[in-house]
Design a protein. Structure first.
Length: 344
């Protein structure tokens, strides 16, 4: 049985159930690297140049860890576009080449090039080429692809219907994902804060110092891009940026545009990484929109030098500010109601 390694980084949080279903349907064993830890980051830092963003450095560390687990190959996709006319980060476009050049001692790479703009036929041929190491029967590969797509749709529906984060949904569906602190349920808390950003920023608890878990322990109900309706994300993009330009723009611009308009949301936190060009442009759009809406907003920029103490201090100050603002508004509304009763 072929053992396929999948790094628990980058696009893992969006597509792992789909990848798992595909390879298992072809008779392979799927091995996921452990959650990010200090050795993982150090391994990536030792191989990547300084200009590489933190998530890609972490990804390289996970590939190194999978080699130590003795997998036969590591699945490293190149995602060019998921919709026609969109652009993706250059690191995602050349991810297999980047890993091959920097992690020279890694296990053999299993690659696929996804570009929806090239048409359905090109996508089908790419899927068949991905399945050839396991079987030459095109019907088996087609069945595996259909099973993978069903798993992906079910994964998306589970997150939206039950208001789960990707790690929670992966664990609930029987995957090997690393769940967040389950002692603080996502539907509790008097304050509602939307945390927007790419999944590899929001759900890697090591690089963001357990951001979501800390917010929940502060009594905050956390909502994320995956919990918003797809139509709402598209409307958010049109509201803030007029049209979609980047492949994963809905995770930042779309979610922010949707939650900034939601009166039930008390504040918005945008999480991005230092040195990311697409993120920097989207963050500027979100900042301007939050200023216009007069909605409490905070931007967090992560890199390998981000200190835990500084992040915790900023979080506590932000939550305290929202709490005081909401309490003052409630007192003012209660006072206004009392005056109206007296006048009546």
């Amino acid at each position: 049985m072929i053992r396929v390694g999948i790094p628990q980084a980058l696009l893992y949080y969006q597509y792992y159930p789909m990848w798992q279903a595909f390879f298992q349907a072809l008779g392979a064993e799927v091995v996921v690297s452990p959650p990010t830890a200090r050795p993982t980051v150090e391994a990536g830092l030792a191989r990547m140049v300084a200009e590489t963003c933190l998530p890609v450095k972490v990804y390289g560390g996970h590939v190194c860890h999978l080699r130590e687990l003795g997998v036969d190959c590591v699945f490293v996709p190149a995602i060019r576009a998921t919709e026609p006319g969109l652009f993706n980060c250059s690191k995602f476009l050349g991810l297999p080449d980047l890993i091959r050049a920097t992690v020279e001692d890694s296990s053999p790479l299993l690659e696929i090039d996804i570009d929806v703009g090239q048409g359905r036929g090109a996508l089908q041929r790419a899927i068949y080429r991905l399945g050839w190491p396991f079987t030459w029967n095109p019907l088996h590969i087609r069945k595996a692809a259909l099973a993978a797509w069903e798993a992906h749709l079910g994964f998306q529906a589970l997150m939206r219907e039950r208001k789960l984060t990707p790690p929670e949904a992966i664990e609930g569906s029987g995957g090997e994902g690393h769940a967040l602190d389950s002692r603080c349920l996502p539907d509790t808390g008097s304050l509602v804060i939307a945390v927007v950003g790419h999944p590899y920023c929001l759900y890697d608890s090591y690089i963001n110092h357990n951001l979501l878990g800390r917010l929940r322990r502060m009594g905050v109900r956390v909502i994320t891009p995956e919990m918003a309706p797809a139509q709402g994300l598209e409307m958010g993009i049109r509201r803030l940026a007029r049209f979609k330009y980047w492949v994963y723009e809905a995770e930042v611009t779309g979610a922010a545009g949707y939650y900034l308009e939601d009166p039930a949301v008390d504040g918005v936190i945008a999480v991005v990484v230092f040195g990311c060009g697409p993120d920097s442009t989207m963050l500027d759009v979100v900042q301007r929109a939050a200023r216009r809406q007069e909605k409490p907003y905070m931007g967090l920029v992560l890199d390998e030098h981000t200190g835990e103490a500084g992040l915790v201090t900023r979080l506590e100050a932000f939550v305290d500010m929202i709490d005081r603002r909401k309490s003052a508004r409630g007192s003012w509304e209660a006072g206004s109601m009392e005056k109206r009763r007296e006048c009546a």
